[in-house]
Design a protein around this ligand. Structure first.
Ligand code: GLN
Length: 317
């Protein structure tokens, strides 16, 4: 006789701490894999033998393992949060200025911008994140304070801040970002001063947070836009569904297909080695391990997420 299908959203049947413990043991045996990002000089010194993972469920529970309370540079993970703020400011008009298609190109690629006339492929490539930054600069009175407040409220951690050394390092080495911003501006798709847009972008990338903060910071995407930490409705249920879908198709750049294949969750990575992921209607997650694969995603972070969805059956597929 066929068993009735289990409810995939019922996580009470899993011992999540046990699962995290197993994943952590497996990952530790692989420490050393991947390459720490060194094109931003201040990131080059982060030790590779680090692994943390945290899960945040809508009832406020946290499950964590390893270096889940060690802060790291969140880098492009912040693009999820700035997309949320940009959508809150101008809604669907955002999609006139940035597309929502996967790119198949690296995160800092310039090539499509020329023949697509300054419209970035998606908000998770650097080019697309510059559009979100521009929108935030135009529509919030205190853009930096708004972003910081947003991250503190989402994570429930009032101490979240930026790492000035990383921001400075990005400013000094951001040749590609400077090129991207100027190029987009030449198509009149930036309204603000190029340097102001870049400064805001470097600020968001230099936010320093840990896995617990970041798992909490995306929990609203697992609960129809409702943030457990602050009790606020951050975006609509439709907004959360849409952001998750763009994370699925573009959150890990030209490895988004591979992520769907191996992990099967909306995810957003950063070159600091962090990856946030969402199990829709179930939980927000974050993994961190600084060694990156050739696409700029945390190599052991991806492995950990793969093991997690396989052990729990929580892949959306
Ligand atoms: N600050 C990094 C950059 O602009 C962010 C890239 C990333 O995390 N993928 O290159």
């Amino acid at each position: 006789m066929r068993m009735p299908p289990h409810n995939p959203h019922d996580i009470s049947r899993h011992d999540l701490d046990d699962i995290l413990g197993t994943i952590s043991q497996e990952v530790r045996q692989r420490f050393g894999e991947g390459k720490v990002a060194d094109y931003i000089p201040s990131l080059a010194h982060v030790p590779k033998d680090r692994f943390g993972m945290a899960l945040a469920t809508p009832d406020g529970k946290i499950h964590e393992v390893g270096h889940a309370r060690e802060r790291f540079s969140i880098q492009s993970v912040s693009k999820v949060h700035t997309l949320t703020l940009a959508l809150a400011a101008i809604g669907d008009d955002l999609w006139k200025r940035v597309d929502r298609e996967p790119s198949g190109d690296p995160f800092n690629s310039l090539v499509q911008l020329e023949y697509e006339k300054g419209i970035p492929r998606n908000p998770f490539m650097n080019a697309g994140a510059l559009i979100s930054a521009d929108v935030i600069l135009s529509h919030y009175d205190d853009p930096e304070g708004t972003l910081l407040g947003f991250m503190r409220a989402r994570s429930g951690n009032p101490e979240v801040g930026t790492d000035e050394v990383v921001a400075k390092s990005e400013r000094e080495s951001g040749y590609r970002n400077v090129a991207l911003a100027n190029f987009i501006r030449s198509f009149k798709n930036l309204d603000n001063d190029v340097q102001d847009v870049l400064d805001f972008y470097y600020l968001q990338c230099s936010l320093s947070m840990d896995c617990v903060d970041l798992a909490r910071s995306v929990q609203y995407l697992a609960d129809a836009g409702h943030c457990e930490s602050s009790g606020e409705q951050v975006t609509t249920a439709e907004g959360a569904t849409r952001i998750n879908s763009v994370m699925m198709t573009a959150g890990t750049y030209d490895a988004a297909g591979d992520f769907a294949f191996y992990v099967g969750l909306p995810a957003k990575s950063g070159v600091g080695g962090g990856i946030v992921a969402v199990v829709p209607h179930v939980m927000g997650l974050c993994v961190w391990s600084p060694g990156l694969d050739e696409k700029g995603n945390s190599q052991l972070g991806r492995y950990a997420l793969h093991r997690f969805t396989r052990m729990t059956g929580l892949s959306v597929f």
